[in-house]
Write a protein that binds this ligand. Structure first.
Ligand code: HEC
Length: 264
């Protein structure tokens, strides 16, 4: 027969085992949570990066087509005439009218962001082009985006991302850099002298230079699916943890029996 001392000893051993199990299991639990979270976020960033890289390729490709005169140069004249006929004067009016012309879709940056928006039709991912002092109000950076853009310029970053807790999303940005071919519209008078400070469509030129970062392509990804994955893993792990403790507790009578047998 087991004496009282043995019983107390076994109970102590079991308690210590349960505590050790709980501590090590909690550590694994936290580690797994962190790893799943990090990996899912990395995956999200990679997807956003892949999308913006593709969008940049579209821009290069269309720029090449413009340079090779694939598009009829008469399209610009047609657009200019249409803008004049509609008597569009302000930036907003010109953009609105220009959008209806064939020339508009041959502007490389316009075709690239149009494709970007088309590639993110679900509500979980949004594609945006943003800038401080945008031509189009729709593209104007909100304060958080402004901070990101400023951070990118200050630190000379080509890409940058943050978690925006307000909208529970990941904001990923890829810098939009002024190229030579952009300057005819966004550059200085010297880049388009006949416009006298206005671009071929009649919008005031910004006076920017080649190589400057002027805005970004942005992918906004909802973090909810990631959080749901983490939560599911957590629930599964809690389930396994409870099962382990229960098994340990229910094995107590078995231990007593085994020890009793060894005693007799
Ligand atoms: C033919 C003139 C023209 C050229 C060339 C041009 N853009 Fe623009 N850009 C515009 C117009 C017009 C808009 C506003 C269009 C709209 O909102 O639909 C615009 C808008 C933008 C925007 C969005 C922010 C905003 O101001 O609304 C970015 C970013 C941009 N351009 C970058 C570039 C880059 C980079 C290049 C060169 C690769 C370039 N653009 C070449 C005319 C041009």
């Amino acid at each position: 027969m087991l004496n009282k001392l043995d019983k107390a000893m076994i109970i102590k051993m079991i308690s210590v085992s349960i505590i050790m199990l709980l501590v090590s299991y909690s550590a694994i639990f936290l580690l797994v949570k962190q790893v799943v979270e990090q990996e899912s976020q990395k995956n999200m960033i990679q997807k956003a990066r892949a999308l913006t890289v593709q969008i940049e390729h579209v821009r290069h490709y269309i720029s090449g087509m413009v340079a090779d005169k694939v598009f009829d140069p008469g399209l610009l004249k047609e657009a200019q005439k249409y803008i004049e006929r509609k008597n569009a004067k302000s930036k907003e009016e010109i953009i609105k009218i220009a959008k209806l012309t064939r020339f508009y879709s041959t502007i490389p940056i316009v075709s690239s962001w149009t494709i970007g928006q088309g590639r993110s039709p679900d509500s979980l991912h949004k594609f945006r082009v943003v800038r401080i002092g945008a031509r189009n109000k729709k593209h104007e950076a909100i304060p958080k985006e402004r901070e990101m853009l400023e951070h990118m310029v200050e630190n000379d970053l080509d890409e940058y991302w943050i978690v925006d807790n307000e909208i529970n999303s990941l904001r990923y940005m890829k810098a939009v850099i002024m190229k030579k071919e952009c300057l005819v519209c966004h550059g200085t008078v010297a880049d388009y002298p006949e416009g006298k400070g206005y671009d071929p469509l009649g919008i005031k030129m910004e006076g920017w230079k080649e190589g400057e970062q002027r805005g970004a392509f942005e992918v906004i990804s909802d973090l909810k699916p990631l959080q749901e994955t983490v939560r599911k893993v957590q629930y599964d792990m809690i389930g396994i943890g409870v099962l382990m403790v229960l098994m340990l507790v229910f094995s107590v009578p078995l231990w007593f029996k085994m020890l009793q047998r060894g005693d007799s």
